[in-house]
Design a binder for this molecule. Structure first.
Ligand SMILES: [Zn+2]
Length: 318
């Protein structure tokens, strides 16, 4: 079985020495799968409010880059840097032994000097997926908590083009609606929401409404289903989501735009109330879909094939 999970906050959780990780090599190794994990680097915006905030967030970014490097060496992760690595991942089909792939992403970046070369800096440091904003606004555009009347800035428009040129996947998960549509119109490559659900099933601004999902599908993008309870069931329902709620979002989005635009984006180690306890429970989703008579190739597409398609389209050959 091949699985791609397009988002976790494990790197930051490791920096903070969090206990009871939801993703770890030890946990994922028990599955026997070929597993590709996107590792996000996230700098909390509160850091920016501190004295020397930019310097501090750049330093934290550096720490996470080093941590990523150390982790990939320690556990022999195959680092995803180009299309060839995705093809290698696919080829593991014939390999009985589990394998582990990692892709470095960045979530919300903070520019100390309104400078597009920061995107190149991230690329040189192995970043292949980038969310231009987190929840607040920044120099690139507006996050979900930003100004709803504004979208991408001029710098943001240039950043999307630069990501297209370099072969960096653009992630809209934290963008506000205007920024989402601006990215959709500017990007010449498929873009993704690495960890967002359906707003119809769960009315939350971090999720996408039907028109946004249709726009994402038109661009041949993918949305990774997020396991965070608040994005799966509305708070008023007063329950913690479970695997059935994950399936509800998959079913709804599949009925709306088809199964070819759905992936997984756990948000592990960034969420306290999760529909799955940890990465060892991912087979619950697979088993449930098969029970619901999803065809094997449809389940494979949801679990990895759709993200494979986008990555092959966006990443450079070598
Ligand atoms: Zn996030």
């Amino acid at each position: 079985m091949h699985v791609i999970d397009a988002h976790c906050d494990t790197l930051l959780a490791m920096c903070e020495k969090k206990e009871n990780m939801q993703y770890s090599y030890e946990l994922v190794n028990t599955l026997g799968f070929h597993y590709m994990q996107f590792f996000a680097m996230f700098c909390p915006p509160s850091l920016l409010k501190e004295e020397d905030g930019f310097a501090k967030s750049e330093k934290l970014l550096q720490i996470m880059m080093n941590l990523y490097q150390k982790m990939t060496e320690q556990y022999s992760y195959n680092k995803v840097l180009c299309k060839k690595d995705i093809i290698d991942f696919e080829k593991k089909k014939d390999d009985q032994n589990p394998s582990f792939f990692s892709l470095l992403s960045a979530e919300g970046v903070y520019l100390s000097k309104n400078d597009i070369s920061y995107i190149d800096y991230l690329y040189k440091n192995n970043v292949r997926c980038l969310s231009l904003t987190w929840n607040p606004s920044n120099e690139f555009g507006q996050g979900v908590n930003g100004d709803s009347k504004k979208g991408l800035s001029d710098l943001g428009i240039r950043a999307v083009s630069r990501c297209n040129e370099l072969g960096i996947l653009v992630d809209v998960s934290h963008a506000n609606d205007r920024t989402f549509y601006d990215i959709a119109s500017v990007s010449k490559k498929p873009f993704v929401a690495t960890h967002s659900n359906s707003r119809y099933v769960c009315a939350h601004k971090r999720n996408m409404d039907d028109d946004m999902l249709r726009t994402l599908a038109k661009a041949q993008g993918v949305t990774g289903i997020n396991y965070f309870s608040d994005f799966l069931v509305e708070k008023e329902k007063n329950k913690t989501a479970d695997v059935f709620d994950i399936i509800k979002h998959i079913e709804y989005i599949a009925a709306l735009i088809g199964v070819n635009y759905i992936g997984l984006g756990s948000d592990f180690d960034g969420i306290d109330k999760a529909a799955l306890d940890d990465v060892t429970k991912v087979p619950d989703i697979i088993n449930m879909l098969l029970k619901l008579n999803y065809k094997e190739d449809e389940v494979n597409n949801i679990c990895s094939g759709n993200f494979i398609r986008v990555l092959k389209e966006v990443l450079h050959d070598e």
